[in-house]
Design a protein around this ligand. Structure first.
Ligand code: ADP
Ligand code: ADP
Length: 228
């Protein structure tokens, strides 16, 4: 079991108003699986992912990632966990603008426990030939390839992707999803992905539908299909 969470609750206070954003979430994902989280805007998907990634903390409940109980880590340990064990891919790439593609990946490779080879990873995402370009010299799809390389070079236990194709056109989205599937197969990386696009669920082993801070529905997909 790579992700094992039970009864996770989280509230935010805005002034005197307290909003319960997660109302007792439970979910499990096995090592090597692809999970997809579907749900409307504001339903708590990013909050859930931030807790799994060690960016935020649950108020109550249990969160285990590869046997590590996140609630028992102090702040320094949680930072180490976030840096070493988790890869993040965001909708808007978040590359460092004044570093080239290869430099963006190297920055992260230096902090990994058992990093993969930078050139190998850039080749795996199809960006070896453009590795000396700056982000502004790359298309959106290419920037997302570099950000995936940056996320996987540290060989993370869990790759968290928040709307990774949200800013891309249909064809580029498809190639990014195919790339994530290839990463999953090649490196055995467990992937959890947030999306608005229900069609993407077909490539997942498990699908979680979040509604108003609860898992409204979940399903197991015995035959995930290649992204198309
Ligand atoms: P989703 O990713 O499904 O769009 P989020 O997890 O981002 O949903 O947000 C769920 C709810 O929690 C929203 O109503 C949002 O406004 C609120 N929220 C998220 N983060 C914070 C925060 N740091 N402070 C206050 N409210 C927050
Ligand atoms: P995509 O279909 O991936 O969105 P684009 O049509 O945006 O691709 O870009 C096509 C090609 O042009 C890409 O190979 C990219 O590297 C190159 N390119 C895009 N923007 C720039 C730029 N500002 N400087 C140099 N090359 C660029």
């Amino acid at each position: 079991m790579l992700i094992d969470m039970a009864n996770v609750k989280k509230s935010y206070a805005t002034g005197t108003v307290i909003t319960e954003v997660l109302k007792g979430i439970g979910m499990k994902l096995d090592k090597g699986e692809i999970g997809v989280i579907l749900g409307p805007s504001g339903s708590g998907k990013s909050t859930l992912m931030n807790i799994l990634g060690g960016i935020d903390r649950a108020d109550s409940g249990r969160v285990f990632v590869d046997g590590i109980e996140l609630g028992r880590l102090n702040d320094d340990q949680l930072t180490e966990y976030r840096r070493h064990d988790i890869g993040f891919v965001f909708q808007f790439y978040n590359l460092v603008p004044n570093l080239t593609a290869v430099e963006n990946v190297e920055v992260v490779s230096n902090i990994g426990k058992s990093p993969l080879d930078t050139d190998e990873v850039l080749a795996a995402v199809g960006m070896k030939d453009k590795k000396h370009r700056f982000p502004r010299e790359l298309s959106g799809g290419e920037q997302q390839r570099v950000s995936i390389a940056r996320a996987i070079v540290k060989n993370p236990k869990l790759l968290l992707c928040d709307e990774p194709t949200g800013a891309l056109d249909f064809h580029t989205s498809r190639s990014i999803l195919q790339l994530l599937q290839r990463v999953n197969r090649t490196y055995g990386t467990t992937i959890l992905m947030i999306t608005h696009n229900a069609a993407i669920a077909a490539m997942a082993n498990r699908v979680f539908k979040v509604r108003s801070g609860e898992i409204a529905d979940q399903s197991v997909n015995p035959n995930p299909v290649p992204a198309e």
